[in-house]
Design a binder for this molecule. Structure first.
Ligand SMILES: [Zn+2]
Length: 317
């Protein structure tokens, strides 16, 4: 397909272009937002690749715009993409099923297949993702979705988060100072499980008693869960935070968490589950899910896998 290489002087939200993706391929995309590049007269553009998950939305520089996408070309491109939509949907379903075993997913707010598919509707308008990366613990992590951090924080490209108290900061100097001063070296709340074989501990935290911590935890989760909606009304929830520890190091590392309603009308054992991306595909999600079932059925003896990679680990009813 030959592209119209004319780029208008001022691309604006609503314009559609062919855009070079990170992998070098070119796809039709819509500009959702523009902003000035710090310290320059350049602009950059927040684009959504048509028929792709919003997780792929990203900020790009102008040199990634490959040309105007005319209406005719867009139709051709969409036809080509629609041919693969069914298989794309199948891949989404398969991915979601895998996430049920070990990943991050919001169970409470209809992160069903139908809701995910709704996100590809033409009238679906995602929020612009300004926070592109977070620094938490020992990792700098790419963010997947918008999260409603308060304005001055929500517009940062990189946000620093204390993995113990969940305080978020804009500046590295503030973050480093905080780490030295933060009174916590683990999650707040009550330690309810510790397993030296796998080096993990779980803490139960009441959303009503540790409101700010739990709100910040939800804001963090929203960066990786598109359908998550509860970020501030946390009082009705209990949070179970999974921390990694090393006997040689007094500081514990945040892995993830799940939450559950204190009084779920439907008896759900969990509402939302997150494992940070560096800890995904390692069995931690499965561990949290199994723990949620055990808590729900009030089993006295909690049986976990002896190793996190043990795929035979059963999930109890
Ligand atoms: Zn802290």
């Amino acid at each position: 397909m030959e592209l119209d290489s004319n780029i208008p002087n001022s691309p604006k939200p609503g314009d559609t272009f062919f855009v070079r993706m990170n992998n070098g391929s070119i796809h039709a995309a819509e500009i959702l937002e523009t902003r000035a590049v710090d310290g320059t007269d350049q602009q950059e553009y927040f684009v959504h690749y048509l028929n792709f998950d919003h997780r792929n939305d990203q900020w790009i520089s102008e040199n990634r715009l490959s040309g105007n996408a005319s209406h005719e070309q867009m139709e051709i491109t969409n036809e080509q993409l629609n041919d693969s939509t069914n298989s794309l949907t199948s891949r989404k379903r398969a991915r979601l099923k895998r996430r049920l075993n070990d990943d991050s997913i919001d169970f409470s707010h209809e992160s069903s297949f139908e809701t995910v598919d709704q996100n590809t509707r033409k009238d679906y308008k995602p929020n612009v993702k300004y926070i592109e990366k977070i620094w938490i613990g020992q990792y700098e992590i790419d963010c997947w979705y918008h999260s409603p951090f308060p304005d001055e924080y929500g517009k940062q490209r990189l946000l620093y988060i204390c993995e113990h108290c969940m305080k978020y900061m804009r500046l590295k100097t503030t973050y480093c100072r905080h780490l030295a001063e933060c009174p916590l070296r683990r999650a707040p709340g009550i330690e309810i499980y510790r397993d030296s074989k796998i080096g993990c501990a779980i803490y139960e935290i009441d959303g009503a008693q540790n409101k700010l911590y739990c709100q910040n935890l939800c804001l963090l989760a929203r960066l990786f869960l598109e359908s998550k909606v509860i970020c501030f009304n946390v009082s009705e929830f209990l949070f179970y935070v999974l921390m990694e520890y090393n006997d040689n190091n007094q500081t514990e590392r945040f892995i993830g968490y799940f939450s559950k309603e204190k009084d779920s009308a439907f008896g759900y054992n969990l509402s939302c589950l997150l494992c940070l991306p560096p800890y995904q595909r390692k069995g931690y999600g499965k561990l949290l899910i199994q723990f949620s079932f055990n808590r729900n059925t009030k089993l006295i003896k909690i049986v976990f896998c002896t190793t996190l990679s043990d795929n035979s680990c059963p999930i109890l009813p």
